[in-house]
Design a protein around this ligand. Structure first.
Ligand SMILES: Nc1ncnc2c1ncn2[C@@H]1O[C@H](COP(=O)(O)OP(=O)(O)OP(=O)(O)O)[C@@H](O)[C@H]1O
Length: 494
């Protein structure tokens, strides 16, 4: 299914007068570009748009270019070849202009990330520039001094709640959607002046259902940067960018791992890419474990590299808007009493059927959630295997429609198994049990007919190695050989 276009792109203002809350900044930018257009380049040939994320800096550059007929050459300050590229465009732009082509406007993002050597070179280029150079930075004082001294600063303010509400209302109007007024206020309040975050939250709660709102917003205050960091990791194929994304995230690596872990299944298409990404995560987990045991916390760096860069390069990502959710194990704290009851009963079943400790079972529940979302067929096998009830299926699926499909498929599997005599009696407890009916039925314990000689021999050998005597007439499921079963064992068996 194609993903939705991110609303931050869909509703990015195209014109300068659509940008809210930055009147003074826009006036300054217009005056500066006006000087270029009159053929009298301003004394400061570069402009630094400085201010918090999501306040309209990039939007200004593109709207400006559209209105004044420039082609934007966007470069990233952390790209090692930025200098070469700027040089090429600064010169090319001049010649091209004579040929009547569109003028170039060089846009340098993240100017607060320029390395000192690069900064000196870029400063020289500013001196020679024949075309406008606009830069953006979140932290003005971290832009190298040589560049600051050659650039005019334009300050972008954090947007007010009022501005944010106005912008969100406009989007809702276009989408033909409504949300409760209090929710709109809540989103605006939690965004902390960042309209990008607010628009993303709005899209999350509108597309995911308004019930999501409490969970998402509850984390916005404290975990704001982790949402941004994950969005960056899941949007890039560049290892360095992914690694940088988590800088400044106020969180221990194992917490971060949990966030990445739970959001991963929604990012990649192909099972092999998901597997590769999980492989990177499990390596990260190994490093974390080792750091914990040995006290060598230098290993955290490797763990973080694996969970950021390792995950980012794992495969082809889905395009478009990715909803980032708080980890469900953390989210469990906000579950209702009824939900907690269901969760506990599912976890107990996982613990007993798969021989797992509670923590592992909780983690497995999260994998199950991803499976229930992505494959109704596989999910249905789990329903039978774990003897889940309809309510439990609904709880894991988190969506009534989806749960119904999975439940219907599981009834089919159940029926087939029953016909083939492969079903143990207790499974029926989860489906429909005849009143008074208890233990397994006679035919349910017979060995399937099509088993080969070879397999029988092997099975006998294995039976001999099991020490515990068995009650007569009772047959264990093959998975219950005392060894812990994993989801992967299960998937392999299917
Ligand atoms: N002042 C604004 N008016 C209208 N929409 C805005 C404004 N600021 C941000 N937005 C919305 O948020 C999105 C992100 O804004 P933009 O890319 O301009 O942020 P930025 O200031 O460049 O952030 P960063 O510093 O993170 O690059 C835009 O696509 C737009 O939807």
């Amino acid at each position: 299914m194609p993903r939705e276009v991110p609303w931050v792109e869909k509703y990015r203002p195209r014109r300068l007068d659509e940008i809210v809350g930055q009147t003074k900044a826009i006036e300054q930018v217009k005056a500066w570009i006006g000087a270029w257009l009159e053929g009298k380049p301003p004394k400061k040939k570069a402009l630094i748009l400085a201010g918090p994320p999501g306040t309209g800096k990039t939007t200004t550059v593109y709207a400006l270019a559209r209105e004044y007929g420039f082609e934007v050459i966007e470069l990233n300050a952390s790209d090692e070849r930025t200098y070469e590229k700027i040089e090429r465009y600064v010169q090319a732009a001049y010649t091209m202009d004579i040929l009547g082509k569109r003028r170039k406007l060089i846009f340098l993002d993240e100017a607060d990330n320029i390395e000192p050597t690069g900064a000196r070179e870029i400063a020289k280029l500013i001196d020679r520039a024949r075309n406008p150079i606009i830069m953006s930075a979140n932290h003005y004082w971290e832009v190298p001094r040589e560049i600051r001294s050659r650039a005019q600063i334009v300050e972008y303010k954090r947007l007010t709640q009022r501005d944010i509400i106005k912008a969100l209302a406009r989007i809702l109007h276009h989408e033909g959607k409504r949300v409760p007024k209090e929710l709109l206020y809540d989103i605006a309040k939690h965004a902390g002046g960042d309209l990008r975050a607010a628009v993303n939250d709005l899209q999350t709660v509108v597309t995911g259902g308004v019930e999501d709102a409490a969970q998402v917003l509850a984390y916005r205050d404290t975990e704001k940067s982790v949402f941004q960091a994950l969005a960056q990791i899941f949007a890039t194929d560049n290892a360095k960018k992914a690694r940088m994304a988590t800088l400044g995230v106020d969180m221990f690596p194992h917490e971060l791992l949990q966030w990445i872990d739970e959001n991963l299944p929604y990012v990649y298409y192909k099972p092999e890419d998901i597997a590769r990404a999980y492989e990177a995560l499990s390596r990260a987990d190994i490093y974390l474990g080792r750091a914990q045991r040995t006290g060598n916390y230098g290993l955290w760096k490797y763990a973080t590299d694996m969970m950021t860069a390792g995950v980012a390069v794992a495969g082809v990502k889905k395009k478009g808007f990715v909803r980032i959710y708080p980890p469900k194990t953390i989210k469990l704290l906000t579950e209702s009493k009824a939900e907690r009851g269901l969760r506990d009963s599912v976890v107990k079943k996982i613990m007993s059927e798969m021989h797992m400790a509670k923590l592992e079972a909780l983690e497995t529940l999260n994998y199950l959630r991803a499976i229930f979302e992505n494959s109704a067929d596989v999910a249905a096998h789990f329903v039978v295997y774990l003897e889940l009830t309809e309510k439990e299926v609904e709880f894991i699926a988190g969506d009534r429609e989806r749960a119904r499909t999975i439940w219907a498929k599981s009834l089919n599997i159940h029926k087939k198994l029953k016909e083939r005599g492969e079903l143990e009696g207790h499974v029926e407890a989860a489906v429909e049990k005849e009143p008074g009916e208890t233990g397994p039925k006679e035919e349910a314990v017979e060995a399937p007919e099509e088993i080969s000689e070879e397999e029988l021999e092997k099975a006998e050998e294995e039976m001999e190695s099991v020490e515990e005597p068995k009650e007569s007439g009772k047959v264990d499921k093959p998975k219950k050989k005392g060894k812990q079963a994993t989801l992967f064992d299960f998937l392999g068996k299917k």
